[in-house]
Design a protein around this ligand. Structure first.
Ligand SMILES: Nc1ncnc2c1ncn2[C@@H]1O[C@H](COP(=O)(O)OP(=O)(O)OP(=O)(O)O)[C@@H](O)[C@H]1O
Ligand SMILES: Nc1ccn([C@@H]2O[C@H](COP(=O)(O)O)[C@@H](O)[C@H]2O)c(=O)n1
Length: 228
């Protein structure tokens, strides 16, 4: 089949924090002309709204009761991903240390996950050429029939070094502990925890450059499209 008339392809990329999901997914989507969805940004947007509206994020029933209130809209252009809550651009505010430290509590609430999962499935279903969706439960729960499933990993040391390089001046040890704490919370929650789908391909990125990881994923998607 000609490239222009190709069937939409759905790519699920999961893994712990700092393994390179966002960087890889954006680049793969841009290279292959697909849409891109950062599902972590959606959970961060929900958390930002809870904090901004004085909801106690450690009270799951308060979070559940408010979960249907914010209108979260994700733009899926990999070259210009956007996220708004009730029409406000929150791409900056969702990356603060406060939101990062509270997002695991909010994302563990089943009503939050149900609401956001519905948004994710709807975006995937309407992506004309297909989509790369990255998160923690995409291959296991959100899109279990995805055409290609990747689970990225990397050593905690490599992930902490990458993150502290981004957050200029951040201490690597503190960054490592914060990453591991978030992974533990995300992996141990009852509803759709961070997990590798049985049919996902695991790619350990510890000793790979970002361009190498991107090339590996592009090749896997192209092989799938070619029916190999
Ligand atoms: N293979 C790699 N080698 C070196 N640096 C990398 C590699 N992959 C990603 N990075 C860098 O590591 C940092 C974290 O990457 P990224 O944000 O893509 O991870 P993530 O898995 O999406 O994290 P999170 O789940 O916390 O959002 C970025 O600065 C990115 O440029
Ligand atoms: N599919 C997903 C994606 C993310 N989360 C939660 O959001 C947090 C932030 O994710 P980042 O990728 O932006 O770091 C993450 O720690 C999870 O709590 C999720 O539950 N499911």
């Amino acid at each position: 089949m000609e490239n222009g008339a190709a069937q939409p392809v759905i790519v699920a990329i999961d893994g712990p924090s700092g393994t390179g999901k966002s960087s890889t997914s954006k680049a793969v989507a841009a290279q292959l002309g697909l849409s891109y969805l950062d599902t972590g940004a959606q959970y961060r947007a929900m958390t930002w709204w809870m904090v901004t509206n004085g909801i106690d994020v450690d009270d799951p029933s308060a979070v559940a009761a408010a979960a249907d209130k914010p209108e979260i809209v994700s733009g899926t252009d990999p070259n210009h991903p956007t996220i708004t809550v009730d029409g406000v651009d929150v791409s900056g505010p969702i990356r603060t240390p406060e939101v990062t430290s509270k997002v695991s509590a909010v994302s563990a609430v089943p009503e939050v996950r149900a609401r956001i999962t519905e948004l994710q499935r709807s975006l995937a279903a309407t992506a004309e050429r297909g989509i790369v969706v990255e998160g923690r439960d995409i291959g296991t729960t959100v899109l279990p029939d995805a055409d290609v499933k990747i689970f990225l990993t990397a050593s905690p040391e490599a992930r902490a070094a990458r993150r502290s390089g981004e957050l200029k001046g951040a201490d690597v040890h503190t960054t490592r502990e914060a990453l591991l704490k978030r992974d533990a919370a995300d992996s141990s929650r009852k509803t759709s925890p961070l997990a590798k789908a049985d049919d996902a391909i695991e790619v350990d990125t510890t000793d790979l450059t970002l361009p190498q990881v991107i090339e590996c994923v592009v090749t896997l998607v192209e092989e799938k499209r070619a029916g190999k």
